[in-house]
Structure formats: C-alpha cells, structure tokens
Ligand binder design. Structure first.
Ligand SMILES: C[S@@+](CC[C@H](N)C(=O)[O-])C[C@H]1O[C@@H](n2cnc3c(N)ncnc32)[C@H](O)[C@@H]1O
Length: 358
C-alpha cells in the first residue's frame, strides 16, 4: 500500500470513480508522492532507461541536428532551444557539447527546460550548470521566448496521462477507476456513453486518447507557426492511429499492474503520431515523418560517430559503444530502432530537417 493508493481510494470514496487520466496525473505528478516528483527513475538501478542514457551519441547527434538547422536558418542572432521532459539533462548536456563546435551558436542559443519534477530539475541543474550556459526552467509551454524555436521532446509524450474508452453495446464508454468490495482499485465503465466519439468499432474495442499531449502539441505547433522554427518528437508509438490498450507500468525494469502501488511505478502509453502530426498540420506546420528511430539515427551518422569514439576507447569501452549503437538502431520487432518513431514539425519557411531523406 503506497501513500497515493490511500489518497486515491479516499478520493474515489468521496467523489466516485475517476478517469484514468486523473489517476495517471496523481500517480505521476502528485506534488508529494508522484512518481516523477520524488525520484530519478533512470538507469540500471532505476525503473527504465532512455536513449540519451544509453549513449552520448544520441544527444550529440540531436545537438548537431539543431546546429545544422540554425546554420540553414541563416544563423539567427538569437534562437530558443526548448527541451520538454529533459529527465536527468543528459540529452541537453551531450547536445550542447556537440553544438559548441559550431562558431557563433553558443552566443545565440537560449535554453529552456520544460520540467515539472523538482527532483529532476535539481539533477538537470547539477549536470548543466558547469557548462556556463544560461538555462531557464518552466513547468509548461505557456509564455516561451518569442524567438525562432527548436523543440526537442524525447520520451516526453509517452509520459503524459491518457483517457481510455471501451466499446459497449454500440457506444463508447470511458473507462474509470473505482473500488471493489475488497477495497481494491478496479477498472469499470462510465454509465453515460461518450457521444462525441463517432468512430465505429467492434464490441469490446479499446480506444486511448492523450488529450493532454494533444493540447501540448497544439501549443508547440502554434508557437512555431508564430515565431518560426522546428520541433522534433521521438517516442515509442504508432505511425497510424489504431485501437487497443498500450498503457503499461514499469518498476525495476519489469512490467507491473498499473493499478498496483500508484506513485511507485512508471506509467506510459504508446504515442499516436498520426494525431500529433494532424494537429501540427492544422496549425500550418510542415511535417516530416514519422520515421523509424533507426533510420533517423543512421542517416545522421550514428555508426560513423560510434566508430570514431571506438578509436580512442579501451576494448571494453569499444564493445559497450557497439552494443549501445546496436540497441538504439535495432530494427527487430519491439526493439528501440523500430519501436521508436521520429516526427518533425516545422514552420513552412524552415529548412528541411536532416535525417528524413527529403
Ligand atoms: C520518460 S522521462 C524522459 C526523460 C528524457 N527526455 C530522456 O529521454 O531521458 C519523462 C520526462 O518528462 C517529465 N515530465 C512528465 N510530465 C511532464 C509534464 N506534464 N510537463 C513537463 N515535464 C513532464 C518527467 O519529469 C521526465 O523528465
């Protein structure tokens, strides 16, 4: 029993069943006990690992991808670099180190980190402060600098709460979290149907919607339409909208029941890239992708960079580099190279982004 499971149960006793979106919001972001608010969940000792934590090359390539865009945008005197959900700050650390090799870029770049977790903000500050580059933090994407902008979001959208709907007797009903007679959290269906969803599907089908992620994407695309620039979202997810449940809970690198021990396990879902792309298009952005992470990283030269690093490495380090490169680009089913997709959205006047073979 976690402190949050008690709080959630009390809330349900008081107000009745709650949406999955509300459950996930509490489990992930409760100021006192929320999963991300209280811990650093990354790495072998944590619950999961991410691409920037697997290899420095990931952040370096994204840094050079930004540098290349800056140059082809005509080297603006000031450019806003915004990372959403920066975790430990590793990606930004590696990206800035690579960007330093480009003359004039460091004096132009203004870094904003969008992060809700105080624990992770501390980790980001500790890692990035020695670089001497001024950084500002924000909790959301409102009031971003009014400058041409480059957005980076790696494994950000998958961490946002979703709603789920189930097809029952020819209508969609929202799935709600309630309590059974044994005082256990269970999933049930709202009595009232969700008439706004008109999609047809067979009985029992499940539909997930990340309305919070869609609202954020709308803000990012609107910002780009207003100030110019380019955004990139990298995440596990599907290129085409579909049906089915993708919610998963991870604790100690193992899958667990999402309703057990809220606040102690990471809750994620697969990102619906088709819906994100449609939102950006609606705001007048131009889209590239989504493409496989393997294709993107290989086009940017992950193998060549790996070989270069291996030249000054010990045998053990060289093996670790090869393993990391293969892990990030493995195209086998359910491996990172194919499971992860890369979507780019940009102002219609922005240059074509590298890595998309356009
Ligand atoms: C799965 S981690 C990814 C971390 C990092 N991008 C990486 O690849 O290692 C999700 C990150 O998003 C942050 N986060 C979650 N919800 C957020 C929100 N609504 N607004 C801003 N950051 C959020 C978490 O605190 C964490 O830093």
């Amino acid at each position: 029993m976690t402190p949050l499971s008690e709080e959630i149960k009390n809330l349900i006793r008081l107000e009745g069943p709650i949406s999955l979106e509300r459950y996930m919001t509490i489990a992930l972001s409760d100021p006192r006990y929320g999963y991300y608010m209280t811990r650093d969940p990354f790495g072998a000792k944590g619950d999961f690992t991410t691409s920037p934590e697997i290899s420095q090359i990931f952040g370096e390539l994204l840094g050079l991808w930004c540098a290349d865009l800056w140059i082809r945008m005509g080297c603006p005197a000031a450019i806003s670099l915004v990372e959403l959900g920066p975790g430990r700050g590793t990606l930004m650390h590696d990206a800035l180190r690579a960007m330093k090799s480009v003359k004039g870029l460091m004096s132009a770049v203004r870094v904003t980190l969008v992060e809700t977790s105080p624990t992770l903000r501390d980790a980001q500050r500790q890692l990035l402060e020695p670089s001497g580059i001024p950084i500002q933090w924000q909790s959301d994407v409102a009031s971003l600098p009014e400058l041409p902008t480059l957005f980076i979001a790696n494994e950000f959208f998958d961490a946002l709460p979703v709603r789920q709907y189930q097809r029952s007797q020819g209508q969609w009903h929202e799935r709600l979290i309630g309590l059974n007679e044994q005082n256990k959290l269970i999933i049930g269906l709202a009595q009232e149907p969700e008439r706004a969803i008109t999609l047809d599907a067979i009985e029992g089908s499940l539909l997930e919607r990340c309305l919070i992620g869609e609202a954020i994407m709308d803000e990012l695309a609107t910002h780009i339409a207003h100030v110019g620039g380019v955004g990139i979202a990298i995440d596990y997810g599907h290129t085409q909208s579909g049906l089915g449940e993708t919610l998963q809970a991870m604790r100690g690198h193992d899958y667990v029941d999402p309703l057990n021990d809220p606040g102690e396990a990471d809750l994620t879902t697969h990102v619906d890239f088709q819906r994100l792309a449609a939102i950006a298009l609606r705001r007048g952005n131009t889209i590239s992708g989504p493409i496989l992470q393997a294709d993107f990283l290989e086009a940017l030269g992950i193998r060549q960079r790996g070989e270069r690093l291996q030249k000054s490495a010990t045998v053990a380090q060289a093996n670790a580099i090869a393993l990391a490169v293969n892990r990030l680009t493995d195209r086998s089913p359910k491996q990172m190279g194919s499971l992860f997709k890369v979507l780019c959205f940009r102002h219609s006047s922005a240059p074509n982004p590298a890595g998309f073979n356009e």
